[in-house]
Design a protein. Structure first.
Lengths: 476, 317, 289
């Protein structure tokens, strides 16, 4: 569907000639601008996909001797799989060269790489929201034709075993206003996280208290647990100036309280962060951070939150279950063995809507080793490899129901409430954002507004400004 | 007089090139071509870097951005958007504030440290060896270490300075100054080294003469030393101010431009637009405007520099 | 012993002198404290790194992990290869800058020629082109001419960092050079080139040392170019160090600190070994007057 429509497009060469700049520029600019853009429209609905060139019986060894380059960020998923890569090479004869980039710079590197259209890395780790930005210019390979092709995909792969909410989260047709779950399959969910509360159970038990079930109770509980002199505070959640501040605990509670980011009418979105309910929620959240959160809240990313939890400084964390999970492993932190999980407050109507994040594996549409890349993605998300990962490392949560119910549950003995929490929220776990191509732009502005409310700004007027500019941006 | 004149450090004005001796045999055209020929290798090396710069400018008249399947020529739309955006003016203000304060502090401290080290006391000689250390830790790493020290829970600064656990170095009111503090920590040695090297290359005689005359230190410093040191100080200021105007890494690590937009400089804005939001054309426009600002400031400073150099040459006579 | 010549700031023992010593001590407490703190951090184990100040049981494990890349974390970071890459790229970039920069600085310092100011300014202006503006086009070009992830590519792109520094610092040294010295050499029958090598070049040695050292350090510290333009075949120390900051809920600040301190050693060795040339500035001043 996103093949080029030439009428609307000025050829870059013509544009350059019109500019009339010198020969040196003529040589450079098309190089730079040209190949960036022309990687577009690589794959659409299945017709023309490189997957169709693969015929004959399925064979893991088909690409033996090739070398794959994969781009990853240091993460429990990556660390768990790092020692398993040898097994992939043994199975397929394909060598794997992993490239690690620190999380803070990961998307800088990935964006540049994909925009450059060079196909240096065949496979990369990505999140669901990134599809909304990387997909439309044609930087990602549609994996649906690959899954469908029995010559390229092993008969026991069982794609449907992956939780439906996750499969849906990684599909979109790139039409503004259109929901997730239609269009190409742009990535395969590898590991995922639900955003819930993790608390210091030892502390709670000592005080004889229980986690809160409503937002007002949470506010009260967090305040009660805060003692600045003793360097202890009630609840940690992200607060840095980044889109990532909005998506975990904030978006989860925002949705449970019945708020919405946008309303959709046809192909037009209208931002609704300035609704009365939403304004009240923003105020509550900012107040919660100020009264019972970390003093440097505006720089807090999730490692800060989980570090404080692990050191016994924060009594609760509202963030990804998979981020708090490693802190309870013996020896991993001071409070290891003391932590427990809880779904967090439900909304006024009993809603347990939960926002999800999934680290997924995607294929660079400019890759020159597409079959080998697909074999790798297929292997890493297969039942066998995921089961091994769950048994050997810190792989929370696996995206396959069979692996979760099988190997993963057996590891949860020392993780009180983890399973109950998971089962409580999973039916309502989905991407709670309205998909749109300017996600990072508008969501970061959202985080800026939240920080300004925290800093004492007027919530109503800040959110009005945010809504106006967001509506304008997403419909442009 | 030919268009190529030799600069004399003593007189501060040009004398005709080509002295006596073997130079007589060199034809005039070769003498004229000489400086250009000598500059060619340097030009060749950097001309390649001009390529991407020009195509970067080219992006500013396109609408290349996230979610775009096609790219159009939009001429000056990006400039219009950016110039009418209040975010631009707020980030210009933050950038200028950061650059001016940081450069001023670093210059004063750098000159101070250089003067103190120049005393060559035992303490000075020991410390001179480690003066350069902060400069050797990459800003990304240095900022990370400082961020740990700034932390309100386990940060060493609050602990050592007795600020408790609720003082926030990177909060709304302190963030910009904390970023400047880190900049000062890293780059003051840079200024100090340039100035110290400058002080040590000053001639001795004027100072000996005034020492004999019994002139006081302050007088000597103001009348003799400062004018002669001025070119070295200005070179340091030029490099610092330009780097500060495009400050990115320190702030990105410490606050990513927050809280709110308190530390959002032009380059942070440009980074977010072109990389995080992938509105590449708008981000490039931001950066091109930044380049123009730095260009103008640098031109001004360089003209100051050449004046100061002429004055310094005069002061030595 | 002859009375030492004092430039302003050099004083004999006095109240002011003691005061100055205290000031300099204060500066170095400020300057060295974060480095001491880094060192302490590098000796802490994972659970101590964010929960202790000064009392903890020190371990050398972090240094071992970084140097042998053994241990369970981040096994794919190959640190000593990154050091080697950095040394090659930064030494290469500095040498290239000296090679092409010294003639240009000499020309600009010695002669006032048509366009000399513009030329110098152009050199300088490359330093303030925001890296992010050129990085995507540069990435594409590097792929086309196969410079991506190579030492050569890195050396070339680092000229943006090193060359302006070398040219600008050296120009002021050449400007200060008394032309009579070279004139004298010419009178003695030296050729221009020999006069340059025998007279001018030795006199600006402190300038060459200072600018080379600074260029090397700035190249060493550059982050965005190696981050985007290299992978593991040419990745540098600075990029490798940040990999220990990790993600996924665990940041290894202790490993980061250990790696950063190891990464400081090559430029530190260079700085200490050429420091005596920096001090030679004194004699240079004497020659000129």
């Amino acid at each position: 569907m996103n093949g080029p429509t030439h009428s609307a497009q000025i050829s870059r060469r013509t544009a350059l000639k019109r500019l009339g700049i010198g020969g040196a520029t003529l040589a450079a600019a098309p190089l730079a601008a040209g190949c960036v853009v022309e990687s577009g429209g690589a794959s659409g609905g299945g017709g023309g996909s490189a997957a169709n060139d693969v015929t004959g019986a399925f064979d893991w060894k088909r690409e033996s001797g090739k070398t794959l380059r994969i781009l990853q960020t240091p993460h429990p998923y990556q660390q768990t799989f790092s020692p398993l890569l040898k097994e992939f090479t043994r199975l397929t004869g394909i060598k794997v060269k992993p490239e690690l980039v620190a999380e803070a710079d990961y998307f800088t590197k990935l964006n540049t790489e994909l925009a450059g259209g060079a196909g240096t890395h065949d496979v990369f780790m990505t999140g669901a929201y990134f599809i909304w930005q990387y997909g439309p210019p044609g930087w990602m390979e549609d994996l649906y034709p690959w899954i469908q092709n029995s010559s390229a995909t092993s008969a026991d792969y069982d794609f449907e075993d992956i939780y439906p909410g996750l499969r849906k989260a990684t599909r979109w047709d790139f039409k503004t206003g259109s929901p997730l779950g239609f269009g190409g399959q742009w990535a395969i969910p590898w590991g995922f996280e639900t955003n819930v509360i993790c608390y210091n159970k030892a502390l709670f038990d000592k005080r004889g208290i229980k986690p809160a079930d409503t937002l007002p109770n949470l506010v009260q509980l967090a305040a009660d647990l805060t003692d600045r002199k003793a360097n202890r505070y009630g609840i940690a959640f992200r607060g840095s100036k980044s889109w990532a501040t909005i998506h975990p605990g904030f978006m989860t509670m925002f949705s449970r309280e019945g708020c919405e980011d946008y309303t959709v009418r046809g192909d037009k979105l209208t931002a609704t962060m300035n609704s009365e309910k939403s304004v009240a929620f923003h105020q509550t959240w900012a107040e919660l951070a100020k009264r019972s959160g970390p003093a440097s809240w505006t720089t807090y990313d999730y490692p800060n939150c989980t570090t404080d939890l692990g050191n016994g400084v924060a009594a609760m964390v509202f963030d990804a279950d998979s981020a708090t999970y490693p802190k309870n492993k013996p020896g991993a932190s001071r409070e290891a063995g003391h932590l427990a999980w809880h779904p967090g407050p439900h909304g006024p109507g009993g809603s347990y809507k939960t926002n999800l994040w999934t680290w997924s594996l995607a294929m660079n549409s400019a890759s020159k080793n597409k079959l080998a890349a697909w074999l790798f993605i297929q292997w890493a998300t297969s039942k066998q490899a995921m089961t091994k990962g769950v048994r050997s490392g810190a792989f929370a949560d696996p995206t396959r129901a069979s692996v979760f119910d099988g190997a993963f549950k057996q590891t949860l003995g020392k993780f009180p409430g983890y399973l109950e929490t998971f089962e409580r929220v999973i039916p309502e776990t989905a991407v709670q954002f309205t998909p749109q191509k300017q996600f990072f732009d508008t969501t970061e502005s959202w985080a800026v507004a939240l920080q300004q409310i925290y800093g004492g700004g007027n919530a109503k007027s800040l959110l009005n400004t945010l809504a106006t500019s967001s509506t304008k941006t997403v419909n442009s | 007089m030919s268009s190529v004149t030799e600069v004399s450090a003593d007189k501060g004005k040009g004398t005709s090139a080509g002295g006596p001796g073997s130079e007589d045999r060199v034809p005039a055209w070769r003498r004229r071509a000489r400086p250009y020929l000598l500059s060619i290798p340097a030009l060749v090396v950097i001309v390649g870097i001009l390529f991407p710069f020009v195509s970067g400018v080219y992006y500013t008249i396109l609408d290349y951005s996230a979610g775009a399947t096609h790219v159009h020529l939009v001429w000056f739309d990006n400039y219009q958007t950016v110039l009418s955006d209040s975010a631009l003016w707020s980030s210009v203000r933050v950038t200028v504030e950061y650059a001016v304060i940081a450069t001023a502090i670093e210059t004063v401290l750098g000159v101070g440290v250089a003067l103190l080290l120049n005393r060559s006391t035992l303490i000075g000689r020991i410390f001179e060896k480690v003066l350069i250390l902060p400069l050797m830790i990459a800003p990304v790493i240095a900022a990370t270490v400082w961020k740990l020290m700034f932390d309100s829970n386990f940060g060493i600064l609050n602990h050592v300075l007795g600020l408790g656990h609720s003082f926030s170095w990177l909060g709304k009111n302190n963030a910009l100054y904390s970023c400047i503090l880190v900049d000062v920590w890293i780059y003051t040695p840079f200024v100090a080294i340039l100035v110290l090297a400058g002080i040590r290359s000053l001639p001795k005689e004027p100072f000996e003469a005034s020492d004999v005359d019994g002139a006081n230190w302050l007088y000597m410093f103001r009348r003799l030393m400062l004018p002669m040191m001025w070119p070295y100080i200005l070179v340091a200021v030029i490099f610092r101010l330009m780097d500060c105007l495009k400050i990115f890494d320190i702030i990105y690590v410490l606050t990513t431009g927050g809280p709110g937009t308190v530390t959002t400089t032009l380059q942070i804005n440009a980074f977010e637009d072109s990389i995080t939001h992938f509105n590449y054309s708008r981000g490039s426009t931001y950066m091109f405007l930044l380049w123009i600002i730095v260009f103008i400031v640098a031109r001004f400073l360089v003209s100051l520099l050449s004046k100061a150099q002429r004055r310094a040459a005069g002061a030595e006579v | 012993m002859a009375r030492r010549v004092l430039t302003p700031g050099q004083r004999r023992v006095s109240v002011g002198g003691v005061f100055a010593d205290i000031l300099i001590l204060l500066w170095f407490v400020f300057a060295l404290f974060p480095i001491l703190w880094m060192f302490l951090l590098s000796l802490k184990n994972d659970t101590d790194q964010t929960s202790t100040y000064f009392s903890f049981s020190p371990t050398a494990r972090n240094y071992r992990t970084v140097l042998t890349h053994k241990g369970e974390v981040l096994t794919s970071v190959n640190f000593e290869t990154a050091i080697w890459h950095s040394v090659l790229a930064c030494a290469g970039a500095t040498l290239l800058s000296l090679l092409v920069g010294i003639p240009a600085a000499y020309a600009a310092g010695k002669w006032k020629f048509r366009g000399s100011d513009d030329l110098m300014f152009q050199m300088l202006s490359f330093r303030f082109a925001p890296e992010l503006m050129v990085i995507v086009p540069l990435f594409v070009i590097f792929h086309y001419i196969h410079l991506f992830d190579t030492e050569l590519g890195l050396i070339w792109v680092l000229q943006l960092v090193t060359l302006p520094l070398v040219v600008w610092i050296l120009r002021s040294y050449f400007q200060d050079l008394a032309p009579e010295l070279e004139q004298a050499a010419l009178l003695d029958g030296y050729s221009r080139i020999r006069a340059f090598f025998k007279v001018a070049l030795p006199l600006v040695r402190p300038g060459i040392a200072a600018s080379a050292l600074l260029a090397f350090i700035f190249a060493w510290n550059n982050y965005i170019f190696p981050l985007i333009l290299t992978d593991s075949n040419a990745t540098t120390v600075t990029v490798a160090v940040t990999k220990y900051l990790g993600g996924g809920g665990q940041a290894y600040y202790n490993l980061t600190a250990a790696a950063a301190l190891i990464g400081v050693l090559p430029p530190l060795v260079l700085a200490l070994s050429i420091q005596r040339y920096l001090v030679r500035g004194l004699s240079f001043g004497a020659v000129k007057a």
